[in-house]
Design a protein around this ligand. Structure first.
Ligand code: ZN
Length: 212
């Protein structure tokens, strides 16, 4: 669940001496402050959305604003805690790492499938888009598992399943269980050359390849 929100804080930056306050119409002690707001995700990952450095009257709180960049240069460092300023970047970093790992894993899996399809074996299971391989056989769009029944040179015979799924996950689930059983398939088989299987894999119609 996404939990998000915002908050704010005022940081006291010390006395700024005595001066005439136009609002109080008196000499007053002044102080430097920083007031800022931040947004957060899950309280942990946050970033600053707004900040104001000012010198204000200790009594009425009114005063003059400063240019943030110049004032921070004078201070030498930002008074806002590190996690409030850069927590959001940490989250972006984590997301980037997850995406890179996902891409690497997916590339490795794809390279393995390419090899399996180039050298098929009897019993190999393919998760396919049935509408592409058995047009009209499944009442429209469906995913299913097909099994290599026999190989004759460059020609492959594939068994047709007796069940199709509207979602890919349905077919993937059968890979390690039901799809290994003979009763999962109808008598009908289709013949394809290996080159066409490779094409179908390249264009994404064969989603997964499994070999025991
Ligand atoms: Zn004042």
């Amino acid at each position: 669940m996404l939990i998000w929100g915002s908050g704010g804080d005022v940081v006291q930056l010390g006395n700024a001496g005595e001066a005439h306050c136009a609002i109080c119409e008196k000499d007053r002690p002044f102080k430097n402050i920083l007031s800022y707001r931040y947004a957060h995700l899950w309280y942990l990952f946050s970033w600053v959305t707004e900040k104001t450095y000012a010198t204000v009257c200790d009594v009425c709180g009114r005063g003059t604003r400063h240019d943030s960049k110049q004032f921070e240069e004078k201070l030498g460092k930002s008074p806002i805690p590190f996690y409030r300023r850069f927590g959001g970047l940490v989250l972006l970093g984590l997301i980037a790492v997850a995406i890179v790992f996902g891409i690497v894993a997916s590339n490795q899996s794809n390279a393995r499938e390419t090899t399996l399809i180039a050298q098929p074996q009897v019993g190999d299971l393919y998760v396919v888009d049935l509408e592409k391989l058995v047009p009209g056989g499944f009442d429209g769009h469906a995913y299913g598992v097909m099994r290599v029944a026999s190989i004759n040179g460059q020609q492959i015979s594939l068994q047709v399943p007796n069940v199709g799924y509207s979602k890919l996950t349905g077919a993937s689930r059968d890979l390690s269980s039901k799809a290994r059983d003979e009763s999962y398939y109808v008598a009908e088989q289709i013949q394809l050359p290996i080159s066409q299987l490779q094409q179908l894999h390249g264009s994404g119609e064969i989603h997964d390849v499994s070999r025991n």
